[in-house]
Ligand binder design. Structure first.
Ligand SMILES: Cc1ncc(C[n+]2csc(CCOP(=O)(O)OP(=O)(O)O)c2C)c(N)n1
Ligand SMILES: [Mg+2]
Length: 542
């Protein structure tokens, strides 16, 4: 009779899950012994790297990923990235070893005391099989849970003595439809509202792109000829930021969003929560006379919206259907936004100047990953996303995503036979949370240009301090870090640039390098107003 391990690996093979990301310990070795030749294990040196790398791989490829962690210890280390995978809606099965059932009662070393609770808020399901022979079927159920809309991580705790036990039952391999439908019976009412609105406004979230809605969203926007905005804090765009109707990302706060909606009788939000706000800026959610409609495939997102009417449907399918139901508007076509100003020449490099220069030099089809918080709006202005699946960031606010995400995206690109360059734009602070990802970049010979914006501080926290009226906060300066030297230690090449006149040549060199290259750019540390120059300046005045 086959062992639990043999049946489990057969099932993973059947589900086309032959790549395992992770970081292991002794409690996982019984599962991984005699590792089949057609599988690969992508080792990371820290669990948060493994989860974030796999997350980005799933985002870029659309595949379901398997991450293998070391009992409670490894799972604990991975929590920040698991939270990000939850908000990124990533289909991810996490398996973690557990102490042998023989000793569990006496709580030996490496016991996961409560595997069902450890990751609980950020996984869709946690389970430890009641019997060894249930392990493969539990994996099948984990798969079915993880892929359904909204996709997300699930957690399986697997006792180490289960693997060599006999397993008589091969779980049925089941096809699980990953997306909801979007029917005319429900959405005709939304189409009517759009057709009858005087001045509608569309807001698209990243779930539109996750559900293959990119082209449908464009078709819908062009039918309605209205302004299109991105929902705040989205990990990936749902609509091309180069489109003439695109107007930018909504500010992530209550009062400014309300202002942005003024003059519109209908706001249709597709594939995003309503909304992810931070900081707090008191105000009304909507102007008087504005109706909000949300289309989401997440019942939870539906429930937590403070205003508006919600429809549960697949965002991508909804866009495509609405584009057929809505009549062509005869509104005047909108003019595209003015291009960003060319940054003025200064004796110090500014983030604006980095993005402006990169925009001139980067291949049009390059993919950007981003974790550089204080200058995100400038980045978006200079480097708007033109194509589906070509910009990835984090939707959670948990730092430690960007570096491994770049590697995960580059790996997905390589696996699909693509040759697109990945450009990773990183704050110097964010980079330090998951520095070990440079090792994966070197090992995979990943085709990435990392640009580290070295301002020697947590710049955005200085802006928050200003907004919150919290002066003299300690611990916001991070001087004395040389990221290029750290990256070299992990096997990546790189250099530092500090003069504006040297930047172009440095970026060209980095872009032409085959494999990972780390360009550290010393930039102006001026912190900017948190909600932009026109937004509220202080929380208490908001
Ligand atoms: C895991 C985690 N720890 C701490 C924070 C709080 N935090 C938010 S932004 C930030 C600083 C980011 O600094 P850097 O990457 O250098 O970007 P900059 O603001 O300087 O552009 C910190 C520490 C966080 N979001 N996540
Ligand atoms: Mg910084």
């Amino acid at each position: 009779m086959p062992s639990v391990r043999e049946v489990l690996f057969d099932l993973m093979r059947d589900l086309q899950m032959t790549t395992i990301f992770g970081n292991i310990g002794s409690t996982e070795e019984p599962m991984l012994k005699d590792f089949p030749k057609d599988f690969r294990y992508i080792l990371s040196l820290h669990e948060s790297v493994a989860v974030a790398l796999a997350d980005a791989y799933a985002q870029a490829s659309g595949k379901v990923v398997h991450v293998n962690l070391h009992t409670a210890a490894g799972s604990g280390n991975a929590m920040g990235s698991i939270e990000t995978a939850w908000y990124n809606r990533t289909p991810m099965i996490i398996t973690a070893g557990q102490q042998t059932r023989e000793m569990l009662l006496l709580e030996p070393l490496l016991t996961n005391k409560n595997p069902l609770l450890q990751a609980a808020p950020w996984v869709k399901w946690s389970y430890e099989p009641a019997r060894a022979e249930d392990v493969p079927a539990a994996f099948m159920r984990a798969y079915a849970t993880a892929v359904q809309a909204p996709a997300g991580p699930v957690y399986l705790s697997l006792p180490m003595d289960d693997m060599d036990k006999e397993c008589s039952r091969y779980p049925a391999k089941r096809k699980i439809e990953r997306r909801l439908s979007a029917g005319e019976d429900i959405l005709a009412a939304v189409a009517d509202a759009l057709a009858n609105a005087k001045s509608p406004l569309l807001v698209f979230g990243g779930a539109v792109d996750q559900s293959d809605g990119w082209d449908g969203a464009i078709a819908l926007a062009e039918k309605t000829r209205c302004e299109v905005w991105a929902a705040p804090f989205e990990g990936r765009p749902g609509f091309p930021e180069t489109h003439p109707q695109y107007r930018g990302a909504l500010l992530p706060a209550i009062e400014p969003i309300c202002k942005q909606f003024e003059g519109h009788d209908l706001v249709l939000v597709i594939g995003a929560p309503v909304f992810r706000y931070y900081p707090y800026a008191a105000g009304e959610y909507l102007p008087a006379g504005t109706r909000l409609i949300q289309i989401t495939d997440s019942a939870e997102e539906c429930a937590r919206a403070p205003v508006g009417d919600s429809y549960l449907a697949d965002p991508g399918r909804a866009c495509a259907l609405l584009a057929t139901l809505v009549p062509q508007s005869d509104r005047q076509a909108l003019k595209p936004m003015a291009p960003p100003e060319v940054p003025e020449t200064r004796d110090i490099i500014t983030p604006d100047f980095v993005f402006h220069t990169l925009a001139r030099l980067r291949p049009e089809d390059s993919i950007i990953t981003h974790e550089s918080l204080s200058n995100a709006s400038s980045l978006k202005k200079h480097l708007p996303t033109k194509f589906s699946r070509s910009f990835f960031s984090l939707f959670s606010g948990v730092l430690g995503y960007g570096l491994p995400a770049a590697v995960g995206v580059a790996l997905a690109e390589k696996d699909s036979g693509g040759k697109r360059k990945v450009i990773s734009l990183q704050g110097d602070g964010a980079t330090q949370y998951v520095i070990q990802a440079f090792w994966n970049a070197a090992k995979e010979h990943a085709n990435i240009l990392f640009i580290i914006l070295k301002n020697r501080e947590y710049s955005i926290l200085k802006s928050y301090g200003e907004y919150l009226d919290a002066s003299d906060v300690p611990a916001l300066d991070i001087t004395g870090i040389d990221t290029v030297m750290l990256a070299r230690g992990y096997g990546c090449e790189g250099s530092t640039v500090s003069k504006p006149e040297d930047l172009e040549a440095a970026i060209k060199l980095g872009l032409s390098h085959i494999g990972p290259y780390v360009l550290q750019v010393e930039v102006d540390p001026t912190s900017l107003p948190l909600l932009g120059k026109d937004g509220p300046k202080k929380q208490k005045e908001a």
